[in-house]
Write a protein of this length. Structure first.
Length: 259
């Protein structure tokens, strides 16, 4: 059982929640209980209409260095096939609201897969990203082989997964794995600023826009364009769209309600 302090949840930032992985002695290793706490907290945030964006971080020194080695050592083939972590990962990936990773220090293995499950990544200049599972005679087991090629392309994904060699923060930004490079001391603040900016937008438009972008990874182009058009049409009939247009014309800040 994870200690409840293994995940710190700051709900006091208005429409933005800040989630902090807090196992510093284990370099924020993603134990099954910790991963379950992340999934459960995101499920809670999904149901709370006041929450419009979430920032996920590991603090100033380390995002997450990977899976819990103690758990991994005891896992056999049957245990891997019946792993409850699969459901936790699915909950995280399906979170419908904007999810921003603020990454400092090591972001390796499951940590990198967790960052890739987020919608965008702010990387501190002390961060390093990689999939070192090959060093343990394993392959990434939480989406790394599928998500990494989609983000950085096949040649670089193959290099990272087959060699286990990590990328620096600057390399990760250049490769498209992270969106922004920040001084390490500013990483979390910049992620929170971005989340606050996003939280000002229409919740309905945010949800449909996120769905449309994610659909680009799953659908043929023609189907993706149709999916986008359907979302656009739905928003044209929304109260938030009417409010957005009115606020623009009246030169005031819009008051979006998510409908």
């Amino acid at each position: 059982m994870a200690d409840t302090t293994d995940l710190l949840v700051d709900r006091a930032r208005g429409a933005v929640w800040l989630l902090t992985l807090n196992r510093p002695a284990a370099h924020n290793a993603l134990s099954t209980p910790l991963l379950g706490m992340v999934a459960a907290t995101l499920a809670e945030a999904e149901q709370d209409e006041a929450v419009r964006a979430v920032v996920l971080t590991g603090g100033p020194d380390c995002f997450a260095a990977g899976a819990d080695i103690g758990e991994l050592a005891d896992k056999d083939e049957a245990g891997a096939e019946a792993d409850p972590r699969v459901a936790h990962w699915e909950t995280i990936r399906r979170f419908p609201k904007p999810l921003i990773a603020a990454v400092n220090g090591w972001c390796l293995g499951g940590g990198n897969e967790l960052a890739m499950a987020c919608d965008t990544v702010i990387a501190g200049d002390n961060a390093s990203f990689g999939q070192p599972e090959i060093n343990l005679a394993l392959l990434p087991g939480a989406g790394g082989t599928q998500l990494l090629p989609r983000l950085v392309g096949k040649p670089l994904a193959m290099k990272l997964i087959l060699s286990g060699k990590p990328l620096s923060a600057a390399e990760a930004v250049a490769a498209g794995l992270a969106a922004e490079l920040a001084p390490a001391a500013e990483t979390i603040g910049r992620a929170l600023d971005l989340a606050a900016r996003i939280a000002e937008k229409s919740p309905l438009a945010l949800r449909l826009a996120k769905q449309a972008v994610l659909a680009a990874y799953e659908l043929p182009l023609a189907d993706g364009l149709a999916f986008e058009r359907d979302g656009f049409a739905r928003l044209c009939g929304s109260a938030d769209k009417r409010e957005g247009v009115a606020a623009f014309r009246e030169k005031r800040r819009p008051r979006f309600v998510g409908r």
